[in-house]
Write a protein that binds this ligand. Structure first.
Ligand code: BGC
Length: 813
């Protein structure tokens, strides 16, 4: 009973196996076993199961959003969602009682109706294949073995394929297989959103293509009017009769197969997906039917898919030993499935939950801050495309600022199709079942994240063409917004930014206040000062003709630059007890009785929900959801942070920073996966012995579903990419700056040897290898200029084709 297609030998460090069928864990597996290619992704749902309380199949195309109105808690609200597209997976099977023509079919096999005898999933990261094996028994005790191989093609982003091998273990007889396209789906993947409108697909039509083995489905989204075309070709080596059927919203093809005992029959389903957002097509349905008709057989598809993945793995090799390395590979896999080289051709941003589920409605937050710095050094063209997404929405951000009575660009906290503010007005606390006002849109710091990424991209790539055009335009308008948002406080002799929310979403107002927002969030103000300073640097460095064009077009005058300079030096950073205050007044809030809440509730990550359900509010306490002040240590190297504070007229030495870290660590509940990541980055730098604990938490965030059920609604892309960047930049201290690669490794005894390769300014495959005592850097042969590398006080120039060994300073140990 050897299966016809064998995958390579199971490499434990490259595979994620799941044993047994566990309904309660199904959604988590569906997210972690999702397959995608940057253009679209499909959750790892079982093809024989429809959406219900256990299963949540979903297919999402990057940037494919739709807007619907709903009524909740007596209010009309509008939400834009990443649309769950028609399900291309359905493939179910059932035995027939006898061989005669008038026999009766037994129910379709599903793990919920027939307890599986064996059930296994194996995600093969190297090959990008999800393998599934299940043994079922029908009512007559006849055993059927099912093996499926699934791929979402990394080479041709419009194709996916499902191979099903069916083996009658101890019987011969008839088996029916139904392969379908299902357009009756809705956005029902997140329980909290179910009271909201979720039917995004309309005008669903189906048909059979002239090639009789191909069915098709077309539909459109309700208000964004994106047209979707899907076609599926189903072939088998099992002979037998086939028939197509069309019910409302669903097309299927039925195969009647004759199975011989211990002989394997194969059914292949090849699927093509197009939407009206695609370039170079006439209409999505024609494109899909045409593509699937020309699609090669499964083995050929698998080979070209494998090649495409090989190339990706070579482009961003992260060689970390042990379990950490295995998890990092999974994170890289999901990052590349969400943002791949195909993304470079799309108008999309960084979806916080990947293309893996419906949480946060597929919106784009500030999470790109944790993603782009990694991509810059592997796929700079993808980073550039993601920055272009922001640039195309710069005008919308300027409108938002103007509507708020401000100058410049005010980027939205949550962004979707056109860049308007998509943050929900109300959110549900599932603990109290109350709908509550949502003020998280006051997180104006998202603009600084965009600016930071523009700057980092420029440093990593040296792409002056971008920096002098779109980059400069974004930086200028974001800086302008900050300069205008900063109000001069005569009594304090400082500029202040009032009424915002910082990265810590728990604090959205002062206790008892009538207006939302807090004042002088240290992170917001310090990053605003940084943006202003960088914008000034960039404008000064512009070639004169370009500078003139830009100044004319944006009506920028030198006097405005003088204001920027002043604001960048005199923004207020609040302090209490000699430490940076998260915001003005944080130090006066009540101390939370952490032990009490821990023993009463166990998991207190979502302290906000706990307290609200108790009739209290987290706004009263010195308790943070996630790293806020400490984000400064994530964005800036110690040297740069000291410089930034000095420019603001504050002294921030190592001791103050160390105490600041300790202070907030004790007051953070880590209610976001980004929190442990940022702590994992910051703690090794202040030599805290518990740094590794936070690294482990950051690594386990999704695989162990640490946020209690949220991974089943989509992966946490920022944290996944952030862990990769933790190795790439966090532990190495790698900082591309002014054309030099600066390194400042930090000791983390549990992770002291690793290697990685980067693409840097036209050099492909630059290898870095770090041990506790030395750093080795190898520049592949090419006709490029040598790379300047700085470590401590030493700068060396490494020519192409050479390797350089740099001993680490003793302080590293
Ligand atoms: C975090 C935000 C993050 C968002 C999307 C929230 O829970 O608090 O910082 O941007 O999730 O990942």
């Amino acid at each position: 009973m050897e299966p016809p297609v064998a995958l390579g030998p199971a490499r434990p460090d490259w595979t994620w196996p799941y044993e047994g069928y566990e309904p309660a864990g199904e959604r988590l597996r569906e997210s972690l076993c999702a397959l995608g290619n940057g253009y679209f992704a499909t959750r790892g749902a079982l093809p024989e199961c429809d959406a219900d309380a256990v299963h949540s199949p979903g297919t999402y195309a990057a940037g494919c959003y739709d807007r619907l109105e709903s009524e909740v808690a007596g209010q009309r609200v509008e939400n834009e969602d990443l649309v769950n597209l028609p399900n291309w997976l359905p493939l179910r099977f059932r035995t027939r009682a006898t061989d005669t023509a008038d026999d009766t079919a037994t129910p379709w096999f599903t793990p919920d109706t027939h307890t599986p005898l064996d059930h296994r999933l194996r995600l093969d990261l190297r090959a990008g294949i999800l393998e599934r094996t299940t043994r079922y028994a029908d009512g007559a005790g006849r055993h059927l073995r099912v093996r499926q191989l699934r791929l979402v093609h990394m080479g041709d982003p419009h194709l996916a394929a499902l191979r099903t091998e069916l083996t009658a273990e101890d019987w011969s007889g008839q088996l029916e297989v139904e392969s379908a396209l299902d357009g009756t789906v809705a956005n029902t993947g997140v329980a909290r959103y179910r009271q909201l409108a979720h039917q995004h697909l309309t005008h669903v039509h189906t048909g059979t293509a002239p090639a009789r083995d191909t069915i098709w489905l077309r539909c459109r989204t309700s208000t964004s009017d994106i047209r979707v075309g899907m076609a599926a070709r189903t072939t088998t080596d099992g002979g037998g009769a086939t028939a197509t059927a069309h019910e409302p919203g669903r097309a299927s093809i039925l195969l009647r197969l004759r199975l011989e005992r211990r002989r394997t029959v194969t059914v292949d389903k090849c699927v093509a997906l197009h939407t009206s957002r695609d370039p170079a097509i006439s209409d999505p349905l024609h494109a899909a039917i045409d593509r699937v008709g020309r699609g090669p057989d499964f083995e050929t598809l698998m080979r070209s898919h494998h090649t495409a993945w090989d190339q990706l793995w070579r482009a961003c090799d992260v060689d970390v030993p042990g379990e950490a390395g295995r998890i990092l590979r999974l994170h890289l896999f999901h990052l590349l499935q969400t943002l791949s080289p195909h993304t470079a051709d799309l108008d999309v941003g960084v979806p916080a939950r990947g293309l893996h589920g419906e949480a946060y409605r597929g919106h784009v937050f500030w999470d790109e801050l944790f993603v782009l710095p990694f991509l810059n050094l592997h796929f700079p063209e993808v980073s550039r495309a993601l920055l272009n997404y922001r640039h195309r929405r710069l005008e919308q951000a300027c409108f938002a600022a103007r509507d708020a009575g401000r100058a410049g660009a005010m980027y939205p906290w949550q962004s979707g199709s056109d860049g308007r503010e998509e943050t929900q007005r109300l959110h549900l606390n599932p603990r109290s079942e109350r709908w509550l006002p949502d003020h998280s849109r006051l997180q104006r710091h998202v603009g600084s994240a965009v600016a930071y990424n523009v700057w980092q991209y420029g440093e990593a790539t040296g792409d002056t063409e971008f920096m002098h055009t779109k980059g400069a335009e974004m930086l200028l308008e974001i800086a302008r917004f900050w300069a205008d948002a900063a109000a001069w406080d005569k009594a304090r002799g400082r500029y202040r930014i009032l009424g915002v929310v910082g990265p810590d979403e728990y604090h959205d107002a002062y206790p008892g206040a009538s207006r939302p927002g807090i004042d002088d969030n240290a992170y917001t103000n310090a990053t605003a000062a940084w943006v202003l300073a960088r914008a000034l640097d960039l404008l000064r460095s512009l070639p004169q003709p370009r500078r003139r064009d830009l100044f004319e077009r944006t009506e920028l005058a030198d006097a405005e630059l003088d204001v920027w300079e002043d604001v960048s030096r005199r923004l207020l950073v609040p302090w209490h007890r000699g430490l940076i205050s998260q915001f003005e007044g944080y130090g006066e809030l009540t101390e939370l009785e952490w032990d009490h809440y821990r023993s009463a509730y166990g998991d207190i990550r979502r302290l906000d929900r706990i307290l609200e359900a108790e009739g209290d509010t987290v706004n009263r306490y010195q308790a943070s959801k996630q790293a806020d002040v400490l984000m400064l240590g994530y964005l800036f190297s110690p040297r740069e942070l000291h410089r930034l504070f000095r420019r603001l007229g504050y002294e921030l030495d190592d001791t103050i920073w160390q105490h600041t870290v300790d202070y907030y660590l004790r007051r953070t509940s880590h209610g976001s996966t980004l929190s442990s990541l940022v702590h994992a980055w910051v703690l090794p730098r202040v030599r805290r012995a518990d740094a590794w604990r936070y690294c482990q938490e950051a690594l386990a965030g999704d695989i162990a579903d640490l946020q209690g059920g949220t991974t089943g609604e989509g992966i946490h892309l920022g944290a996944m990419a952030g862990t990769l960047d933790l190795v790439q930049r966090g532990l190495t201290g790698l900082e591309p700056r002014g054309g030099t690669l600066r390194l400042d490794p930090v000791p983390l005894p549990e992770l002291s040897r690793f290697g990685l390769s980067i693409r840097y300014r036209g050099h492909w495959g630059v290898r870095l290898r770090l041990t506790a005592h030395q750093l080795r850097i190898t520049v592949p042969a090419s006709d490029r200029e040598p790379i300047d590398v700085a470590l401590g006080d030493r700068t060396v120039s490494v020519p192409p084709g050479e390797t350089c060994l740099l001993p680490l300073p003793l302080s590293h140990e």
